[in-house]
Every structure is written in structure tokens, then in C-alpha cells.
Design a binder for this molecule. Sequence first.
Ligand code: SF4
Ligand code: SF4
Length: 412
Amino acid sequence: MKKVDRRSFLRLGAVTGLAAGIPINATADGSSPPSASSQDSSRGVKNYVRLGRTELKVSDISFGSFPLRHGEEHVVHHAMDQGINYFDTAESYGDGTSETVMGRALKGKRDQVYVATKIGAGSRDSAASMMQRLDESLSRLQTDYVDIFFNHAVNDISRLKNEQWLEFADKARSQGKVRFFGMSGHGGYLTECVDYAVEQDMFDVLLLATNFGEDPAFFERFTRGFDFVANQQGLRASMAKAKQKDIGIVAMKVLRGAKLNDMRPYEQQGYTYSQAAFKWVLNIPQVDNLIVTMRNRDQIDEYLGASGAGEVSQADMGLLQQYAKMTDASYCRHVCNDCEGSCPFNVPIADVLRMRMYATDYGDFSIAKQEYAKLDANASPCLSCDGRPCKDACTYEIPIADLCGPTHTMLT
Ligand code: SF4
Ligand code: SF4
């Protein structure tokens, strides 16, 4: 399909009636989707929420900066102009580029926003090395402190058991460099890690991968139409335990792969799949707000159309259902990891497919390449493997061998 960005799509729809004319699944009950005016994004952020015990009041839809690059400071400024006040970055995003650009964009405006960044602190990292990395992040961000500092992409409890983290955290907090600490995760052991962190009361905020496709409640609504099951069955219960301790919960990976252009023909009058996906996540009682990668002004405007939105409508459900149908055969859930151990050559299948998602779905080819290069093991063995060992390893019948080999070729 020819790629159509949102602006082109809307223009095309206005001229040809394409958007309004296509019979959509968006209305499972036959009702019309909300009108464009009801999803009008021109008013920016419409809801600020309390992020648990941090007491920060953050925009319900907030800024993810994974692909932020030099010269894109204006994207941050537009987000601020629209009322977004929570900006998420990480040392690893573009090897520090995202933090650097964010720092430039926020110069002189730092006190108007909350900034969160992350390092992946390992099980053997010292407190001193963590402090050094925090200092480097602060320097790139041109600030003396961050509001939230995450241990990034935790998928192994041994990383949480590293007492050096606690020593580091105490020191960084007492020096005023960090206000609150958090943990982010999107791997197969997410639930176990969350449970451990909550039990130990280690963090004030959790940044968790979740979306309608990971939520058992979504599938309960479509038991006839779907024959696959949701994963992360335990995540809601873990979130509930976190909430009992008033830990803030930020959702990420909420677009379930972000194949947005595939959905354009099914969207009407600017009312979009993204907005439906955001509404789903923001309606999870334990979720406070969400972050999503924002690349440009149009995307920010589109996304903020769901800020302050109410309950998930039938029209929303139709779009989510359509998306699930279209992407199910190729969308790797990452957090399920059911295929782990199936490859005799130790190809990290979920990681490889996540890099593929960055390249082919998010369109962030250079980032995907960078991140792929950082993997301890990659998919090179797939090039000379007949694919039999992993053939039936995916619970969701994703053709692992068909995707991993070409991903290696594409990203090396
Ligand atoms: S194709 Fe072969 S090497 Fe690649 S993941 Fe499957 S089993 Fe492993
Ligand atoms: S390939 Fe399939 S089994 Fe493996 S992580 Fe992805 S969705 Fe789960």
C-alpha cells in the first residue's frame, strides 16, 4: 500500500470522500464514529493526571522521544505549546541524541515541564558507574535534575537485586539530581519484575508496555471474532498491587506496533486508530498516563485528539478490532517470549522482531540499525537455518524464520 500520512489522508478524504465512503468495521454496532469536531485536537491537552505518590500532575498523553534527532527541537516546542508537560527520553535513544536535542529544546523552559530519562543498570553495575551515567544524561539535558530516573527495560530480577542501585539512588536523591525513581519494562518477565519491585517498594513510578492487545478484557469483548488469547494475563494484577502502594503507572507501547498507515482507510473524518488505542489504555483504571513517540506536529495534533477522552466507544472498538485482525499474523508481542529457548542458536527472537518493528512499522530505520547492532546475539544464524526449530514456537503463529533472517539482512 502506498504510504499516506495523516495530512495527506485527510486531504484525500476531503477531496474524494474516500475516508467517509469506505464501509468500516469501526462501527461494530452500525453506529457512526465520533465526528471530527468531537476529536478536535486543536485545544491540546485536556486532562492532567496525578502520577501516583509523586504528586506530579502530568499530561494524560505525553511525549516519547525515541527518534528525536538534531534539528527537531521544534517538535518538542509544539508539544509544549499544546500543553504536554511530561517528556520521556533515555541515554540509549540515538546514543544520547534524544537527550541532547531535548536539552536544547528545553533550555530556558526547564521549569515548565517534567523530564524523565533512563539508563539500563545491570546486575553488576556499580553505584559509581550509574552516577556517572546520570551525570552524563544531566549534561546532555542541560539540567541539574530529572524528575524521574528509570532503570530501563528491566526483564531480569537480578538487575533489581543489585544493591548498588539503592546506594546510587539514595545518593542521587540526596544530591538533588533525581526527584523520583522508576522502572521500565517490556520484556517477557515483566510481570515478575513488577511484582518484585512492588514488593520491595523500590520505585515511585512504573513505565510498562501495555495496550489493548495485551489486555484480556479486550478479547472478552470479541470472543467470537478472535481465536487467539491475550498475553500478560498477570499484568493487571501486578498493576493493582502497585496502585495499592500509590505507585504511578505510565503506559508505553500503546499502539501495538504503530502500523498507522495501514489503518488510514478505515478511519473517518480524522478520527483515528491511535486515538482509540490511547482511549483504551487511559481507561485501564491503574494507568495514570501514557507516553508515545511523537515525530511531528501533525502526529502530536492527532494524538492529542484523545486527551481527556471518555469511555471507549463502539467505534473505538471497531478500529481496534480491525487493527488486531490486520496485524495479528505479524505482530510480535515481545512481552510474551513464549518462543524463548526454541532456537538452538540462541537468536533473541523477540528482540530481533522488536528491531524489525522499529524499522518497518515505526519507520525508524537508523535507530533500528543502531539498536540491532547493540544486541549481544543477533539473527545471523537464521540465514543458514532451515527454520524448523522455531517453526511452531510462536503462540501467535508468527513466521519467525521468515521474519528474522530478512531482519538481519535489512539491519546489517
Ligand atoms: S530460523 Fe533457525 S536460527 Fe533463526 S530463530 Fe529460527 S531456529 Fe533460530
Ligand atoms: S515471536 Fe511469538 S512467541 Fe515469540 S515473543 Fe513474539 S509473539 Fe511471543
